[in-house]
Design a protein around this ligand. Structure first.
Ligand SMILES: *Cc1c(COP(=O)(O)O)cnc(C)c1O
Length: 412
């Protein structure tokens, strides 16, 4: 008799987004004329930059010609894309990252999960709370956790709260942890990490022989020039950090799919016999065996992000979303609501007014002004009392949603 991976049975049934869907559908059925605006989504809304489309169209044409046709490409990605990434995203910021240390993939979500393939089963794992659920669920699937408790926390994981009380920084744990997931700029809180804060993490990781998984999916939204974009801007990070990057949010590739992971050749972890093993070599082997590369066409589209015109067009996209974020922050503040984030990230993290729970505030916003957001409690126990509003939307939807809130929902 075949058996299943029982670890999957420990997963909390998809709770957050299905529950939002259920409540919105019930409200819409009871109020069919309500003009609902959804500011809960974490997906981009604006079209692909023209430079990317032009490059992809040209790549399709090349493929239609015997001389230009491409079959399987390198599992690690084409050299020309890896070179551009190394030069523009890293060397231009004085980070020592070589093209050979960059692995092109079809998404950071998969890379964040797949990376666990090359790590042992007895690592102690730390995540922030609130957290991007992928980090937690992939560890549950891999059998790295115990059961879930009634706070929604899995046994065996170390949760690091990020809340207003600690100024939205993940405090360095007092105990030793082996693997640490950090995401800055943060989804869902929109918080950022200073150079000093990341230096503390790197020092901690080097002292304990830990590995930091640094998710920089939102680095392009950083507007404050003092903030680091990459963990490799931090001294010593090449000895303790893997970085995940994606074209999803900066260039609108959520439906096109292209991302990359940086594994420095200087990074090692222990084998059972106590020897040091190069992680680059294991990840290279893992990708070569289980992955066959990203489509040539899509890699040409990603390459165009680094052209002069591509840079200008992606900057315009980001500026557009950040103007939405500014409007959200300004209008909610005017309505007497306390907001965080949204200055270097496309998410505004709202403190629910009147001490309402995340879900009570969700219901109140839906019912009084027909605006949908995401309850912070859905991202972890420490997200209770908060609410995420996304800047990924049309200007029209954002301004209309904020008009309704300021006119009908004054707190002060
Ligand atoms: C959107 C997002 C990503 C990117 O995922 P892709 O699979 O590359 O689309 C990664 N991390 C976080 C936290 C995100 O919100």
């Amino acid at each position: 008799m075949a058996t299943v991976n029982d670890n999957y049975l420990k997963l909390k049934a998809g709770y957050l987004f299905p529950e939002i869907g259920r409540r919105v559908t019930a409200f819409a059925e009871a109020n069919p004329d309500a003009p609902i605006i959804r500011l809960g989504i974490g997906d981009v809304t604006e079209p692909l930059p023209e430079a990317c489309r032009t490059a992809m169209i040209q790549a399709v044409e090349e493929m239609g010609d015997r001389a230009g046709f491409k079959g399987y490409g390198p599992e690690q990605g084409y050299g020309w894309l890896r070179e551009k990434i190394a030069a523009h995203d890293f060397q231009a910021r004085d980070c020592e990252v070589d093209a050979s240390e960059i692995f092109i993939s079809d998404g950071s979500k998969c890379d964040c999960g797949n990376i666990l393939d090359i790590f042992g089963d007895s690592n102690t794992i730390a995540v922030t709370d609130p957290v991007y659920p992928v980090y937690v669920d992939t560890n549950v699937m891999a059998g790295h956790t115990g059961e879930i408790n009634d706070r929604g926390e899995y046994g065996g994981l170390v949760y690091l709260p990020i809340t207003a009380e600690n100024n939205f920084t993940a405090e360095i744990p007092s105990q030793k942890v082996d693997l640490i997931y950090l995401c800055f700029p943060n989804n869902p809180t929109g918080a950022t990490a200073t150079r000093e804060h990341l230096q503390d993490w790197v020092n901690y990781a080097k002292m304990h022989g830990s590995i930091i998984f640094f998710d920089a999916a939102y680095e392009a939204f950083i507007t404050d020039p003092a903030l680091p974009h990459s963990i490799y801007e931090i001294e010593g990070a090449r000895d303790c950090a893997i970085e995940f990057r994606s074209f999803s949010k900066n260039a609108g590739f959520t439906g096109t799919r292209c991302a990359f992971t940086v594994v420095p050749k200087t990074l090692t972890a222990k084998a059972k016999d106590g020897s040091d093993v190069q992680l680059w070599q294991l990840w290279n082997r893992r990708q070569s065996t289980k992955f066959n590369g990203v489509s040539y066409i899509v890699q040409r589209g990603a390459e165009a992000v680094y052209s002069e015109v591509g840079k200008a067009q992606t900057k315009a996209l980001i500026d557009f979303y950040m103007e939405n974020a500014r409007i959200i922050r300004e209008q909610l503040t005017a309505a007497g609501i306390q907001v965080y984030g949204g200055e270097n990230a496309p998410y505004v993290w709202v403190k629910t007014p009147y001490g309402l729970s995340s879900w009570d505030f969700f219901d109140k916003l839906l019912q009084t002004v027909n605006v949908v957001g995401t309850p912070g409690a859905g991202f972890g126990a420490a997200g209770e009392g908060y609410f995420r509003i996304s800047a990924f939307n049309s200007r029209e939807n954002v301004t209309e949603a904020m008009r309704r809130i300021t006119e009908n929902f004054k707190v002060a």
